[in-house]
Design a protein around this ligand. Structure first.
Ligand code: GLU
Length: 371
């Protein structure tokens, strides 16, 4: 492995999708053992590793001998409960052969999107890393319902990277990286080796197409890279469907690297930047937006309208009068209260609501602005 490339790697989240782990409906031990060898090489360089794993539903489907493609939510949950066990049994077997210990962490969407739960998960994961154990993370599919879940493990992996402060997120894929257009459909495509900003132009290159076992495609990988970048973490997309995929990447450096932008400072702001579950929106007037850009908080006087029902502590977005997204932050007031105080002075809050709250609807330390 090229030493220079590995220099900035300290804490790395590696996401392996179902298409790599499953072959002929069975756990692909052959491939996985080669992956474990790669992990050993990284650990020799004192790099901390976390793995985000997929395939529980797919393996469970085979275990329960279910043939249809579209599963009802209860069937999916039952499959995940069975398949997760198969996954972990195989992980434990392959890692223990090399004297490495693993632990399982199953997270719900709520665990990453709720600030307190996300901090709790961080404590557990950090403790495991101290013990030199590899945390193996999946979504808790057996208790999650479709409306309230990640669904794809790409964004889960990005959110985990943000929560534990990883410096690199590696998304092992069935393609070499991001191409100018879908390499499975077009011959004349070019691999993009480095992306400095995940913007609209980049999103246009991705197709939402996914493989048979998994739910993510290039689109969810780009969303993941965007979340990770905002939290100061680089993302690498490279080919995983070969043996020793990590070693291969570090030898050839063939893949797409998305550079982190590290623009959000505090870890709380990074958490806000990565929030997926936005509960509502404030429409702000031009004066409020000008003030925001100069570093002010959001006050009741600058709010023109409120969309959605949300509560104190929820992450909400802000838009200008033309509907353009300006940023997001944590609200101090419920939407019901903001409807009463919008357009008014902060000094009137006590009179209008019957109690004295903060002057700001969203404090400047609790918000992030888009470029
Ligand atoms: N969590 C799902 C599983 O283990 C996979 C989601 C994905 O394919 O990204 O089956």
């Amino acid at each position: 492995m090229k030493k220079s490339v590995l220099e900035n790697f300290r804490r790395v989240v590696i996401k392996i999708g179902s298409s790599l782990l499953i072959s002929n409906n069975k756990f692909n031990t052959n491939w996985f053992d080669s992956f474990v060898d790669d992990i050993i090489l990284l650990r020799k360089r004192k790099i901390e590793i976390l793995i985000v794993v997929s395939g529980a539903v797919s393996l469970g489907k085979n275990y329960l001998k279910i043939n249809k493609t579209k599963l009802k939510i209860f069937e999916k949950q039952a499959c995940a409960a069975c398949g997760q066990l198969i996954l972990m049994n195989n992980f434990k077997k392959s890692f223990e052969k090399k004297n490495i210990k693993v632990a399982q962490i199953l997270l719900t969407f709520f665990d990453t999107e709720n600030r307190r739960n996300s901090l709790n998960s961080r404590e557990t994961i950090t403790e495991l890393l101290k013990f030199k154990i590899i945390p193996v993370i999946n979504e808790n599919d057996s208790v999650s319902i479709d409306e309230l879940k990640f669904g794809d493990n790409d964004r889960l992996a990005a959110r985990v990277s943000q929560i534990i402060g990883a410096d690199h997120l590696v998304l092992l894929s069935d393609v070499d990286g991001l191409f100018t257009s879908n390499p499975k459909k077009n011959k004349k495509v070019e691999l993009i080796e480095e992306v400095r900003e995940v913007n609209e132009k980049i999103f246009k290159m991705a197709s939402a197409e996914t493989n048979f076992h998994g739910t993510g495609g290039m689109l969810t990988k780009l969303q993941a890279a965007e979340i990770a970048a905002g939290s100061g973490c680089n993302t690498i997309i490279c080919k995983g469907t070969i043996k020793n995929p990590i070693k291969n990447y570090f030898n050839k450096c063939y893949g797409t690297k998305f550079l982190s932008n590290n623009k959000y400072g505090t870890s709380f702001k990074k958490w806000i930047a990565g929030a997926i579950n936005v509960m509502g929106t404030l429409i702000l007037d031009d004066g409020a937006i000008r003030a925001l850009k100069k570093g002010a908080s959001i006050l009741p006087s600058g709010i023109e309208n409120i969309i959605g029902t949300f509560f104190k502590g929820d992450v909400i977005s802000f838009k200008n009068l033309n509907g353009k997204n300006i940023g997001k932050g944590v609200t101090y007031y419920d939407s019901k209260e903001i409807k009463i105080i919008k357009g008014r002075k902060s000094s009137e809050i006590k009179k209008l609501l019957g109690y004295e709250g903060r002057d700001e609807i969203v404090h400047r330390d609790y918000l992030i602005l888009n470029e």
